[in-house]
Design a protein around this ligand. Structure first.
Ligand code: OAD
Length: 252
């Protein structure tokens, strides 16, 4: 299945494209999503024991070890054809990538990321004084169940990953920039997100409310599918290279 002709034209003519990505964007690189019923991280682990400030305050060693395992996985995988397609799109259109993903696969594919609305796994900072900790933690091959986090050199507090945990507010600037991009783009792509987590899930509506077309790329129906202009069923690595072809004005 291809894109309706009117949307193909809109994509070819668009000068400014906002792209919201979620965990499905990195799935074909080998990074599990959160809500897949079989392999999703939140199907296997309880986010309340791993992804809250309270959890880290109570069990810093357990939480740090879990994020070290995620860091180890992300360091071992590569951007997929979908990430590479978005980077290519950015070479001939203004592309604002807004990602909920805490990995760095967009950057490694060559995209400029406008907003990491849920922070970055590798943007470590002090849990107490919030000073950035600009180091790569040592990651042993076999990561035990518990590992003590490093200590802040300034205040001695525990170092935490730069992820937005449940109950925390989003980085203000990143979210404001994302709203601005969705409100001013000519067309928006929404790739690999369930649309469940707010306020990120509301970003497509900033475009839709202005009459801007929104194309969703997802193999499964999501919370957003009923509202978007067009749900293009398929995976990021399958569909995004075709988006580039159409954006170049070539026949899909
Ligand atoms: P979810 O796990 O909620 O949703 C992943 C979406 O990706 C689903 O709609 C899948 O159908 C879709 N998907 C799976 N494989 C795909 C593929 N190959 N190509 C395209 N789409 C695919 O992940 P998010 O919506 O990103 O928060 O979750 C939002 C937030 O919830 C995350 O940022 C995370 C989590 O708690 C933080 O880390 C702060």
């Amino acid at each position: 299945m291809s894109l309706p002709a009117a949307l193909q034209l809109a994509l070819t003519e668009a000068r400014h494209i906002a792209v919201l990505t979620g965990a499905g964007m990195s799935a074909e690189s080998g990074v599990p999503t959160f809500r897949d019923v079989r392999d999703g991280l939140w199907a296997k682990y309880d986010p309340m024991t791993l992804a809250t400030e309270e959890a880290f305050a109570e069990e810093p060693d357990l939480v740090w070890a879990w994020y070290l395992r995620r860091a180890q996985l992300i360091r071992s995988v590569q951007p997929n054809a979908g990430h590479r397609a978005l980077a290519e799109l950015g070479t001939f259109k203004k592309v604002d990538v807004i990602t909920q993903n805490v990995d760095d696969l967009h950057e490694r594919a060559g995209s400029r990321v406008l907003s990491h609305v849920h922070g970055g796994l590798f943007d470590y900072r002090c849990f107490d004084c919030a000073r950035p900790w600009q180091h790569d933690p040592e990651i042993p091959d076999e990561i035990p169940e518990r590992v003590s986090p490093p200590r802040c050199r300034a205040c001695g507090g525990w170092i935490r990953p730069g992820i937005v945990w449940f109950g925390e507010v989003l980085p203000r600037r990143a979210f404001e920039d994302a709203v601005e991009a969705c409100s001013t783009c000519d067309i928006m792509l929404v790739v690999g997100t369930s649309g469940i987590v707010q306020p990120a899930g509301s970003l497509p509506f900033a475009a839709l409310e202005r009459g801007t077309p929104v194309i969703e790329v997802n193999p499964e129906e999501s919370r957003l599918s009923d509202y978007v202009t067009h749900w293009w069923q398929g995976t990021a690595a399958e569909i995004l290279p075709r988006v580039v072809t159409i954006a170049r004005g070539q026949v899909d």
